[in-house]
Design a protein around this ligand. Sequence first.
Ligand code: PMP
Length: 439
Amino acid sequence: MTKAVDWSTQSIIDRRDTYYAASQRAFVPYQKPLILKKGMMQYCWDEKGNKLIDLLGMNLCISVGHAHPKVVEAVTEQVQQLTHCTTMFHHPVPAHLAEELAATMPKGHEWVVHFTNSGAEAVDLSIMMARASTGNHDILALRNSYHGATYGAQAVTGVQGFRHNVSQLSNVSFVAEPNQYRGIFGEGTDPYLEEIDRSIAYTTSGELAAMFIESVQGYGGIIQMPPGYLKGAAEKVRAAGGLLIMDEVQSGFGKTGDAMWCFDHHDIVPDVMVIAKGLGNGIPIGAVVVKKEIAESMAGKLLFHTYGANPVACAAARAVLQVIEEDDLINNAKTVGAKLHEGLKQLKDRYDIIGDVRGRGFMQAIELVKDRDTKEPAPDHTAHVFEHTREHGLILSKSGTFKNVLRMVPPLCLQMEDVEPVIDALDRSFSDLEKENLV
Ligand code: PMP
């Protein structure tokens, strides 16, 4: 008999409050905690049996769908056969996955993979790879970025709420993000590229190890990189001796509906790519995919992750790649995402509080403002709408520097027939604001 589980609401809250460390229990988005019991494809059920459309994909970890039968089958088979094979021994499953991931990368380069257990661990590793392989120390990252919570990843994370008041890793400078809605230089690409020049000139030694960029800033509120920005940034960073490190932890696996990796449609080849979350469809795994010559420069020292290349996680990831292709999920993200975007735009026509609707594929956002001209953020209204979206059957997230962005990043299996209920639930949540005389 497996151990009993106590599902009563109060006991779960009490146990968490008593036994979780403060910083782990701090992130509770809703006024009343949401307790989840079951998930199937794009849907979740709470402990009372209420069905919700998961527009957050459990923070993008669920890529192809909760309990996707092919992933479940692959994981079950592997867990029964051999649950772990530590990386000092050989196993074919991670080796297959490495080959399959390398095959998704731009042609003309040799790519290798270093498996980790999470995104932040992969970011840490890529910081070290960049410094070790270039011999340089200075790193650029974007303001408004999120790259993870570990000591290394936090140092390249710009979002204040995730930066603890401790001495951070040194030699990191932050560059203004090219936010086309409220960026400090307004619209356009060139002013933001010129800011990279100024940042290199005034905040670094002139010699770079790397620049970190999320292809689409996720926690930052779905900020897309404007045309030409990544190409221009790559040129400037490489001219200063650094590597371009693309963080595809959120935007990868076809999420933007364009290609497997979002950087693909920006006509660039990164030096390093960091992935995690959706790779395992909920089973913890991360990876650094890197040009071979960069990784080779570190061959002299061991970099051992006991759980890295775990065969169960790698079996899940292989099934994810298979399902994305077999079920044509990148195309699904494109077409269903376009329909979702259209519905969100129509909401903007009806509700003045919506200042911006943006996104591609299954990375969509609504930004709420008190005034469309001043763009003054409306975090309180956002919190209010957010609470109502749950009552109306949606899970999404509140994001952005000002917590005034509703972010929607559903699993790749969201269907056309889900769009109407989603828009209807959002519509009702915004009209609740009017009914309660809050606008
Ligand atoms: N990069 C990005 C863009 C992320 O969104 C996250 C996690 N939200 C990370 C890195 C870190 O991943 P993890 O939480 O698995 O450490």
